[in-house]
Design a protein around this ligand. Structure first.
Ligand code: FAD
Ligand code: NAG
Ligand code: NAG
Ligand code: NAG
Length: 535
């Protein structure tokens, strides 16, 4: 009897929790996330002020080499493959790579090493974050050539995975701004990979996800900047019209020099979008200045949406605010956790608690929560040829019906066959007279319409269809998000010929996990898909 009462009490509690998820998040999760983050930041600052020592970089690298040499001395049969000891919950990737199955080597490298203003480069250790480098560079009048919008991403992680911004239609993906990588290989030796030496290795490091060696330093391009971005918000009706405008602004029709410095579009419904173009600018007294990252300001995509009704608008945004404009609402992900989060009063009182930190969310994710978000939410960034933008939107609506959609245009270069994991763009996508094609990141985030309406929805089937479409038209998925492919399917989407050769040549085979094993979800996605079919 008592047991029954307790069970029904527990059920009741769960029901209350589920119905008032927003309240629970406000009262418990946000403050906890806030203090969790505060703790991480203090720890980081203490390190920065007390222990930062760029001059000891070489010694730190030698320690890593020693650890790898030591590992090489253990019998082959007993060895586990190598990985870094950075806890998985600190990584922004949505999957939970099981580090305990690997031999972990500590690669604690957090220092900015040297800036070269003549050559416009900066050499850093891999764990420096986007937030830290931005803080360091902007006061000096520079920023990374490809500066991502997530402050917590690491410069090393991005270079071995992928990164893209609203400036990528000019400079390409993040790895195009990497001048050289410094690595410790699986046999303990140290190499530099750049366009001048170890070219094949240099080509295969992006999208390798740490499966070729330990990264110990990298040199990145930087660019001179002005203090503001002049933003134009252009509302457009009609799918063909807004797609054409995005293509024109991103240089798909040629005339690269006429393109604005920053291009982004947010698609609110199949037929309505706001295209945003931005140029570097000095102060201009005639324009309103929007400090859009202040805690009481409306969420950026909500602010932008207003121009669908109000019409075209121009303003200045301070550069740092511009770069972090999507931070507080994590694009539009926070809305599903906190439906009233953009309410004015809420922002005024609690806006400073946002965003919930990805590291905290991952740290506290139980298998149950993971299974829930895995099947009830979509979180994907997919790189697709911009000439197929209309088809992308139609199929995304068919499979997920999740709006808004994010579009960031991006250059993809043709470096010939088997020149890295990214396949050369098809002929029909190439911009005439150049060696590149314009692609775009299609960001699909949030709760699918089918789930909201409690209709039938099989996440695995939907995702696999999206991946099939992506491969067919020559696109590729960001691998930080969950993938639903078999190894063979991954090998079809990407070109792993050179990668496999490089793995053999540089002693990564038998030392580091293969790319597929590094990025596949820890959940058996095919089993999940089958269960949905039976239900
Ligand atoms: C909320 C959110 C928003 C995002 N927004 C954007 C966006 O706007 N634009 C965009 O391009 N991307 C975006 N991303 C994706 C992000 O770019 C990727 O997740 C990126 O990989 C994050 O870097 P990280 O520092 O977490 O890398 P990690 O996941 O830590 O590293 C990537 C891989 O490299 C390996 N690795 C890392 N360091 C080393 C090393 N020193 N030696 C060997 N191997 C190493 C890791 O094991 C891992 O496999 C977003 C992700 C999230 C969760
Ligand atoms: C700048 O780059 C050039 C060419 O890559 C190189 O030869 C030169 O040493 C670099 N200059 C400095 C100061 O590092
Ligand atoms: C931004 O710069 C480009 C290229 O110089 C130019 O064509 C465009 O008109 C500019 N846009 C604004 C809003 O100033
Ligand atoms: C490690 O592998 C690299 C690349 O194959 C090779 O150049 C180097 O000599 C090797 N080092 C040792 C110590 O075996």
């Amino acid at each position: 009897m008592l047991l029954e009462t307790m069970v029904s009490f527990k059920d009741k509690c769960i029901e209350i929790l589920e119905e008032n998820r927003g309240l629970v998040i406000l009262l418990f999760c946000l403050p906890a996330s806030f203090f969790f983050n505060l703790f991480l930041q203090i720890r980081r600052s203490v390190y920065r002020y007390l222990f930062s020592s760029p001059e000891n970089h070489n010694e730190r690298v030698q320690t890593i080499q020693l650890a790898v040499e030591q590992w090489n001395k253990t019998p082959k049969m007993k060895r586990k493959l190598l990985c870094t000891s950075r806890p998985n919950w600190l990584s922004l990737s949505t999957c939970f790579f099981q580090k305990d199955k690997c031999h972990q080597v500590s690669v604690d490298l957090y220092d900015i090493l040297e800036m070269n203003e003549k050559n416009l480069t900066i050499r850093v250790e891999p764990m420096v974050t986007v937030g830290e480098i931005t803080k360091y560079l902007i006061p000096k009048g520079y920023t990374l050539a490809v500066t991502l919008e997530v402050a917590d991403a690491t410069l090393g992680g991005l270079s071995l995975a992928a990164g893209m911004t609203t400036h990528s239609h000019k400079v390409g993906l993040y790895h195009e701004s990497v001048v050289s990588y410094e690595l410790v290989l699986g046999n303990g030796s140290f190499v530099i990979a750049s366009a001048e030496e170890n070219l094949e290795l240099y080509r295969c490091l992006p999208w390798s996800h740490g499966s070729l060696g330990f990264l110990v330093a990298l040199t990145l391009k930087i660019v001179k900047v002005k203090p503001y971005i002049q933003m134009d918000y252009i509302p457009v009706n009609g799918m063909k019209d807004y797609c054409d405008m995005i293509r024109m602004a991103s240089g798909d029709l040629g005339e690269e020099n006429a393109c604005p410095d920053y291009v982004e579009a947010t698609i609110y419904t199949k037929n309505k979008a706001v295209v945003m173009t931005g140029n570097y600018s000095d102060y201009n007294p005639n324009l309103y200045i929007n400090h859009c990252t202040k805690w009481y300001k409306p969420w950026f995509y909500k602010y932008t949406e207003k121009f669908l009704k109000k019409g075209k608008h121009s303003e200045l945004i301070p550069l740092k605010d511009y770069l972090l404009r999507h931070d507080r609402s994590i694009f539009w992900v926070v809305e599903s956790m906190l439906p009233y989060g953009n309410n004015f009063l809420f922002r005024l009182l609690f806006g400073w608690l946002l965003p919930p930190k990805p590291a905290f969310l991952k740290f506290t994710t139980t298998p149950g929560v993971r299974a829930y978000t895995f099947t009830k939410q979509v979180f994907q960034d997919i790189v697709l040829p911009i000439r197929k933008l209309e088809e992308q939107i139609i199929i995304s609506e068919e499979l997920f019906d999740a709006y808004p959609l994010l579009v960031y245009p991006c250059k993809v270069f043709n470096r010939g066959p088997h020149s890295g994991q990214i396949k050369p763009p098809k002929k029909e996508y190439m911009v005439e007279g150049t060696n590149y094609a314009i692609y775009n990141d299609l960001g699909i985030y949030g709760v699918p319409g089918f789930v909201k309406r409690k209709e039938k929805y099989n996440p695995v089937e939907a995702m696999r269809k999206m991946e099939k479409f992506t491969t067919e038209i020559g696109g590729f998925s960001f691998l930080y998000a969950d993938i639903f492919m078999t190894k063979e399917e991954l090998e079809e989407m990407f070109d792993l010929k050179l990668y496999d050769e490089v793995r053999r040549k540089y002693d990564a085979e038998g030392a580091f996990p293969h790319l597929y094993d590094k990025v596949k979800p820890e959940i058996d996605v095919f089993e999940v898909g089958r269960q949905f079919k039976i239900d």
